[in-house]
Design a protein around this ligand. Structure first.
Ligand code: PEP
Length: 244
């Protein structure tokens, strides 16, 4: 049985003054039916973990593939764990685009995350041109093959399907399109990882909000959501948690 996961990605938003959202969330949802994760900017991981007091999980939005060294401005998976994080997002489409991260790099980051004891949330997703060109399943298959490490298990790895054209745009795929990709991902992961692939949680991400959460969560092989904009406010994210 896969436990559902509501994961929030604050992206480059949030100051210490916004940590009140965490206590508002844990007070409004003291015992959620699903796992809850918030990934703030690296500067807030420690303070958010403290504010959460174990009532929700905290994670990073990216990590370097190495444990330490001359990589100015980067942070390692071990540092995220040391600050109180238990998850890290890798391969978000904004990282793939802005920092030219290939599947090979994403896989190395996921390996580093797992090695540091974190759960890697590995993101995949097609661009609008790829969907229009009917390449979606080929792209997702290629990204899964390239980005998910051989050591991935149901316990150390979560996969997030995020169509690039749905992120921050207010547009979402149809439920049939989400089901098609999630069923495909499940079959692909089971073919490679057998039972572990069956246990891996598959999140949908891209313009999830309180008004569409329930129908998306009822879709085949959707085990939760990776939420950007609607994770910033406890009221919105709380409503999404309640829909899971
Ligand atoms: C995201 O950045 O992972 C995301 C899904 O963003 P939004 O929910 O704002 O579309």
């Amino acid at each position: 049985m896969r436990k559902k996961l509501a994961a929030g990605n604050w992206k480059m938003n949030g100051l210490k003054s916004n940590l009140g959202e965490v206590s508002a969330l844990t007070q409004a949802h003291p015992s959620p039916a699903c796992d809850v994760l918030l990934c703030p900017p690296a500067t807030l991981i420690g303070a958010m973990a403290e504010a959460a007091g174990g009532k929700l999980a905290v994670g990073g939005q990216d990590c370097h593939m190495n444990e330490s060294g001359a990589h100015t401005g980067d942070i390692s998976a071990q540092m995220i764990a040391d600050a109180g994080g238990s998850y890290v997002i890798v391969g978000h489409s904004e990282r793939r685009a802005d920092h030219h991260e290939s599947d090979l790099i994403v896989r190395a980051k996921a390996e580093a995350a797992i090695g540091a004891g974190l759960i890697a949330v590995i993101c995949v997703g097609e661009t609008e041109a790829q969907r229009d060109g009917e390449q979606t399943l080929d792209v997702i298959g290629e990204q899964l093959a390239g980005s998910v490490p051989d050591g991935a298990t149901a316990a150390n790895c979560v996969i997030a399907y995020e169509p690039v054209w749905a992120i921050g745009t207010g547009r979402t795929p149809t439920l049939e399109q989400i089901a098609e990709v999630h069923d495909f991902m499940r079959n692909t992961l089971v073919a490679r990882f057998a039972d572990e692939g069956n246990g891996m949680r598959l999140l949908y991400g891209g313009s999830v909000k309180p008004s569409n959460a329930e129908e998306i969560f009822a879709t085949s092989n959707v085990d939760g959501a990776l939420v950007g904009g609607a994770s910033l406010k406890a009221s919105d994210f709380g409503a999404i948690i309640a829909a899971l």
